[in-house]
Design a protein around this ligand. Sequence first.
Ligand SMILES: *Cc1c(COP(=O)(O)O)cnc(C)c1O
Length: 372
Amino acid sequence: MKLGFATIPTRMSALASPKVIAWSGVIAHYRERLDIAHHVAPVTLLEGNTPLIPAPRLADALGGGFELFLKYEGLNPTGSFKDRGMTTAITQAVADGARAVICASTGNTAASAAAYAARAGLTCVVLVPEGKIAAGKLAGALSYGAQVIAINGNFDDGLRMVREASRCAPIVLVNNINPARLQGQKTAAFEICDVLGSAPDWLCLPVGNAGNITAYWMGFSEYHRDGLIAQRPRLLGAQAAGAAPIVHGRVFDKPETLATAIRIGNPVRWQEALAALRESNGYITDVTDDEILNWHRLVARLEGVFVEPACAASLAAIAKGRREGWFDPRGQRVVCVMTGHGLKDPDTAMRSFAAPITIEPRLEALLEAVKL
Ligand SMILES: *Cc1c(COP(=O)(O)O)cnc(C)c1O
């Protein structure tokens, strides 16, 4: 089946700067590296190519002496890195003749699946934990036209249900059990290496279902195997204290954290994550919700980068590792993955702050109120 997507011209008009190159999404850019069907046109929203932002003030706040970059994945089309895996999963589903897709989600997978399904004209069903999904994610999933079903249970319950549903109904599962998801997600590792010219010394990221850490390791390993980077980074994973199954080596039946994107008690890619951590000589640790909120605020305040709370777990893990002495990045290059956009979860952000003060519409009142 051929879909009628317009192709992006690769040659720009004569007026455009020759340095501006049209970006056509991660499948077009990394085509030969992605193990998915290539006989249908990619279902894409031109995801990927996200900025790698230097963060010197944040590095100082984390003890200094190292180079820090933020891979700002919140700038993907639906506001999280999930879009990288969804372009490949939905493209593969279309190639396989699917008419409908289903997933369980803490929110971002739902929004992403719904958007890419809309683009491909597929029916999309998403299961979300009742009351535990951030407003921006729910609004997205609903707007893109997915059938959103809330369950009286957590993500892990939802995942069990959609796995079973995809076995007995003609509907394709697009959670990260689906290997096509990891194919797309590994492109973030390629982009980091392409920009830096080498792998960083450390890659730090929040870990929920552990699909992302698995995909990054796959990406770095493939570049290393093909001689494009001399060595792979060490990995530093971060879980929330109330949802830290990999850190403690046990399932969390009732995971709890305000970082809803990583509120997962039984990760699908648990074994793969452990193998990646071991091979990279890395660490995984847990951080409290208070630490998450603190770094959530600081990354916005010090660098102007607004992220969703889960992202801040990676920064809190660096702070914890330095405080406890087991993480020493001095003289090294560290990349922290900011997995989702701050606007996804405005309520958590607003709760950290006092409401704005209100004044009379007079200059004197303004001058009295401002603090310089
Ligand atoms: C999905 C998600 C995570 C967790 O990624 P996993 O692949 O489940 O480990 C972290 N942060 C955000 C913003 C997410 O959407």
